[in-house]
Design a protein. Structure first.
Length: 587
């Protein structure tokens, strides 16, 4: 092989790896949040776990990516270690799909219909279709499909380039001698493990092996140990990802390693024992690309069938390796653990985690406001301290979630996912401000308690009506946010208008009471602070609802939207406004 052959080989490898990555990303975007929802359906049923693990890996085209996700789920407490075992086994089966796709390049029949199955025959057409879908289509879904087609095309052309580049090596005696060395099981396993550990993808390393098979110098005796080693080498990615994770996450990564190690040892012991007693003729035959795919699949299915009944044993082995110490104490689970950095490698899953954390943040802000409002009529020290504690929790949510969302925004995402990130960033800021206003309201309650101040019955009744309206608008905004319900979100603005009117009316009534001497100036300041904070909370609820509606309707002109909403011919808005005005009318 001359220098140009080496360059062609390197170029083919680059296209191959890029195509595989591009196709995986496109499939992941197309599946969106469904990947996370599929993995969340894990049960104690190991067969179901294996099937779902295989499905997710087939979509992502990477068992390493699936295993890293599983480590993240275990670290976050979403998945138990016992559930992770089945998923990891299934991931090994799912990764064999790639080798079967790549085996298409080895089709050599002269029949025209069989030739049409060769990637070199149909991938150019797929590539053209994919390019047009990316360039012309406005739909992000169609663009993702185009990305998959282009990725598959690049992958196959890279495979073809590698096969062509190594073909001259068939006549090279030195190259043949090197491959003969790999007939030694230990050397073959080591070579496969090292190659896969370097490129961190068993699918890619199997593809490279299939390309080398084009030389006709690789026998099944040399290929089998290499394939075994490739399954061990793919464990490196998960082992690296568990650094800094909790003990169960580290155990999940070890389960992956033990599964492949034990599976490899069992398979090789059985295979070489049988070969010694009853010599297998195919061992010295030249390995083909389809043959590599068959061996890869047989090994992974064999390992799963044999070790699946011993899943608990693998789990115990991992627990023995990483023991619980007597002085270990369970630390309270922080919801921030859901924002595991490992998920950033799978943006659609990371985004679902962000939604869950944002929902918990909204609930915390809502309960904080309710607690602070209750202090106005029934003051107690415990609730007062809890309001401050909750406000710190909400601040923590904003800090952690905001930073995580900014990191996630730098990843490759669909237009819809990018818009969702923008929506979350806006909304968590509003939830944080709602918690701040809850602290302000608590301050009013503390002042009234310390100075023994009381509102008149009439003023207190007005505050109760006002607080009921504020509680309802916050409930509506939070529920709409958590469910992504634009219909519910459209109920926020009419109520916000009613709250604005209530605010003005309560202030007017207070001024009249001041003139009549029925209220003190000191109580007037307290009332004004309460009313102002109530009104600000309603404004933030309006921001949340409008942002939600705009993202879902692809409309980003807030002022124009609000102006159109409040026009006289907007029947729905007027009807809801009238209903809320009647419901919260001051006596």
């Amino acid at each position: 092989m001359d220098i140009f052959g080496i360059l062609t080989l390197i170029g083919g490898l680059a296209l191959f790896l890029y195509g595989m990555n591009s196709m995986g990303q496109g499939l992941e975007k197309l599946s969106g949040s469904r990947l996370e929802k599929i993995l969340e359906k894990m049960t104690s049923n190991p067969i179901k776990s294996v099937g779902l693990g295989a499905l997710v890996t087939a979509v992502m085209q990477s068992s390493s990516a699936t295993t890293v996700m599983v480590v993240g789920f275990v670290n976050s407490g979403i998945m138990k270690l016992s559930q992770a075992v089945g998923v990891i086994m299934g991931a090994n089966i799912g990764t064999t799909i790639t080798s079967w796709l790549l085996s298409l390049t080895g089709i050599g029949d002269e029949n025209i219909f069989v030739q049409l199955l060769k990637p070199t025959s149909f991938t150019p057409i797929l590539g053209i279709i994919g390019i047009f879908m990316i360039m012309i289509s406005k739909s992000s879904r169609k663009k993702d499909i185009g990305g998959i087609l282009v990725g598959f095309t690049v992958l196959m052309f890279g495979m073809d380039m590698m096969s062509g580049a190594v073909e001259p090596l068939a006549q090279n005696e030195s190259f043949r001698n090197i491959l003969t060395m790999f007939s030694n099981p230990l050397l073959g396993v080591l070579a496969g493990a090292v190659l896969t550990a370097i490129i961190q993808s068993s699918s890619a390393s199997v593809g490279i092996l299939q390309a080398v098979c084009a030389t006709g110098a690789v026998t099944y005796g040399s290929a089998i140990p290499i394939i075994m080693g490739q399954n061990i080498g793919t464990c490196v990615t998960a082992l690296l990802s568990c650094v800094g994770a909790n003990k169960n996450a580290k155990r999940a990564a070890l389960v992956h390693l033990y599964f492949n190690l034990i599976g490899t040892i069992l398979f090789m012991v059985i295979f070489y024992t049988v070969n010694a007693l009853f010599p297998l003729e195919f061992v010295d035959d030249v390995a083909g690309q389809v043959g590599i795919a068959i061996i890869h699949s047989v090994f992974n299915v064999f390992a799963t069938l044999v070790l699946l009944p011993f899943g608990k044993g693998l789990e115990k082995l991992a627990c023995i390796t990483i023991r619980d110490k007597k002085d270990d104490r369970e630390t309270p689970k922080e919801e921030y653990q859901l924002l595991d950095p490992r998920f950033l490698a799978t943006p659609s899953v990371a985004l679902e985690q962000c939604k869950q954390v944002a929902a918990k943040m909204s609930d915390c802000a809502r309960s904080t406001l309710r607690m602070s409002i209750s202090l106005l009529s029934s003051f107690n020290e415990q609730d007062m301290q809890q309001v401050d504690a909750n406000e710190e929790i909400v601040d923590g949510y904003e800090d952690k979630l905001g930073s995580y969302l900014l990191n996630l925004g730098s990843k490759s995402m669909t237009v819809s996912e990018s818009q969702t990130i923008n929506m979350l960033l806006h909304c968590i800021s509003d939830f944080e401000r709602i918690a701040d206003h809850a602290v302000n309201i608590k301050g009013c309650a503390v002042e009234m308690h310390e100075k023994s101040l009381e509102f008149s019955k009439k003023a207190m009744n007005e505050i109760h009506i006002f607080s009921d309206a504020v509680n309802e608008i916050l409930d509506t905004a939070v529920n709409a946010f958590e469910r992504n319900d634009t219909y519910l979100a459209k109920s926020v603005e009419p109520l916000e208008e009613v709250i604005d009117n209530l605010s003005s009316e309560i202030r007017d009534r207070h001024i009249r009471r001041l003139r009549k001497g029925k209220c003190t100036i000191e109580m007037g300041f307290v009332l004004t602070d309460i009313v102002t904070n109530f009104e600000r909370v309603a404004d933030h609820c309006s921001n949340i609802a409008v942002c939600l509606i705009q993202i879902n309707e692809n409309s980003f002109d807030t002022h124009n939207y609000l102006n159109e909403l409040k026009t006289e011919d907007n029947k729905d808005f007027r009807e809801k406004f009238a209903k809320y005005r009647e419901k919260y009318m001051l006596p």
